[in-house]
Design a protein around this ligand. Structure first.
Ligand code: A2P
Length: 347
């Protein structure tokens, strides 16, 4: 299956609207017992493609590619690029796809915003992914930290955008395209104000903003701004990211996959609530990157590109907006540090 819709870039490149998210797909993967159960179920059902599935990120990516995924969303900070790189290399070697048929995105981590660190960061990602170039490279957060810093965050590890401006990092990102190390550049977690600043001064305007987007966080103004300015949007956590780390959870978080409106729409179309969520994202004109470790759900998510929602469905979902972020960036807001939720999101 190779007929996933695409969004088009000004140079003619096309990015599949549905990709595989790999955040939380740690190298370890699911527990051994669950892996064995999935592999056994898989063999029993004789599901195609006949790819042994053990539930780690390597076999997830191999399975996803064999099932028809042509877009993988990665990031250095996810800590799994080397395994994804092996899965890509083995898929190419096995003749399942060519490099040119795949769209690979990755992201610059915040400790490499110093212009001199940007190209080495991409080169490390390319080495891990066993690739010569990326299709898309994104600045992961509008937040800078000192080289080598890790969580938990403290104020000494952070650098303000006054001391290390986004534009300085962006200039280094622009040169990566000139050098052929990536074909497109963009950002992630950027507000309208930060996008506008970048548009004002960039030589190469950002072509993508990857942000959290789902019916509880619809961001209509951002969607409108991006469409008017030729910036594509990618929706992360499109299913509500229920497997996000405990540190990003609170007791009263709404559970997107349990939303009754979604269940009712899903029932009418004979599909699942997750498929409605993904179809909604695609019908709004965004790219969407659901994460799954599960073969059945990987296939189900890919098939959601064929679900067509009605205008009434879209209206009913539009009414669900809570302006609610699951990934609110509060981990950057530390006492005495330069970042607050107000200045990250420009509230
Ligand atoms: P799993 O990996 O076991 O399939 P998000 O993409 O918003 O970050 O959400 C990822 C979460 O949603 C994971 O817990 C994933 O579990 C789950 N998930 C992925 N696809 C589906 C689906 N089709 N139905 C229900 N849950 C899903």
């Amino acid at each position: 299956m190779n007929d996933i819709d695409t969004v088009k870039f000004s140079n003619g490149d096309q990015m599949p609207v549905l990709g595989l998210g790999t955040w939380k797909s740690s190298s370890g993967g699911i527990k051994q017992k669950a892996k064995r159960a999935i592999a056994a179920a898989y063999r029993l059902l004789g599901l195609e493609p006949r790819q042994s599935f053990t539930g780690d990120v390597y076999s997830t990516v191999r399975y996803a590619i064999a099932a028809g995924y042509r877009h993988i969303d990665c990031a250095h900070v996810y800590g799994n690029e080397a395994k994804i790189g092996r899965a890509l290399a083995d898929s190419f070697k096995a003749g399942i796809v060519t490099r040119e048929q795949m769209w690979i995105t990755s992201k610059l981590w915040s400790d490499c915003h110093d212009p001199q660190d940007v190209q080495p960061a991409l080169e490390e990602t390319l080495a891990n992914l066993q690739l010569e170039y990326l299709d898309l490279y994104l600045m992961h957060w509008p937040v800078a930290m000192k080289k080598g810093s890790t969580f938990p965050m403290t104020s000494e590890k952070l650098i303000s955008l006054h001391d290390l401006p986004i534009l300085d990092t962006w200039r280094a990102m622009e040169s990566l395209v000139d050098k052929g190390l990536c074909r497109h550049i963009g950002v992630s977690n950027f507000s309208i104000a930060k996008l506008q600043n970048l548009l004002d001064d960039a030589e190469r305007p950002p072509e993508m903003n990857q942000v959290e987007l789902h019916p509880y966080l619809q961001q209509p103004s951002l969607l409108d701004f991006c469409h008017k300015n030729n910036i594509h949007l990618t929706a992360y956590s499109p299913l509500g990211s229920s497997d996000r780390p405990e540190s990003l959870k609170t007791a009263d978080d709404p559970i997107l996959l349990e939303e009754p409106t979604m269940a009712a729409i899903a029932k009418r179309h004979g599909v699942t609530p997750a498929q409605v969520l993904l179809s909604w994202a695609i019908q709004r004109g965004t790219v969407v990157i659901p994460k799954s470790f599960n073969p059945e759900r990987l296939r189900q998510n890919l098939a959601s590109a064929n679900v067509v929602l009605t205008a009434e469905d879209m209206q009913a979902i539009a009414a669900l907006d809570l302006d609610y972020r699951y990934v609110d960036g509060a981990f950057w807001q530390v006492p005495g540090g330069p970042y607050t939720l107000e200045n990250i999101w420009d509230l």
